[in-house]
Ligand binder design. Sequence first.
Ligand SMILES: CC(C)(COP(=O)(O)OP(=O)(O)OC[C@H]1O[C@@H](n2cnc3c(N)ncnc32)[C@H](O)[C@@H]1OP(=O)(O)O)[C@@H](O)C(=O)NCCC(=O)NCCS
Length: 157
Amino acid sequence: MAKQKAPAWQWSEDGLNFRTRKWVRPEDLNANGSLFGGSLLKWIDEEAAIYAIVQLGNYRAVTKHISEITFEASAVQGDLIEIGLQATRFGITSLTMRAVARNMITRKRILTIEKIVFVSLDEHGMPTPHGYDEITYERDRMPTERIATGTIRLPSA
Ligand SMILES: CC(C)(COP(=O)(O)OP(=O)(O)OC[C@H]1O[C@@H](n2cnc3c(N)ncnc32)[C@H](O)[C@@H]1OP(=O)(O)O)[C@@H](O)C(=O)NCCC(=O)NCCS
């Protein structure tokens, strides 16, 4: 029998790729026994930070603004959550992203965040131009130094 093609929504939606998955553990639950919103927001903020670092080539990228959030559905212990992010605007020092979180088990959308804004900072903690105006799908902007240990020694090609 021919293998059935998976519905498109399972992997992407409106230009969003769902690369990050989380498992709802006991420590992620609220007093109602469902997913604690703070855990989900932490996962999204962390994912957005990594996305911003990869896009802006600067590990000094901080959350500046998160737009209105409405929780549409939830999850329970053991559910699998997937998070999709997309850059929607490259500013001078900022990067704006859109985020969607979905429950892979119930196939319901948990939330959409239209704007998550990160700002690229210099070594003094001031906004600094990042110089980019489009998304990279490569790893060509990866930082080559880090705060803790200085220069990263990359393996020779
Ligand atoms: C990030 C920080 C240095 C920016 O300082 P600032 O005085 O707001 O800087 P600017 O006014 O120059 O704005 C920087 C960028 O953010 C954008 N921005 C500022 N306020 C914004 C808002 N409310 N919504 C969306 N974007 C905003 C600006 O448009 C600008 O983008 P651009 O350069 O691409 O045009 C400062 O606000 C800060 O340190 N905040 C704490 C960040 C942090 O620690 N986050 C982690 C959570 S605790």
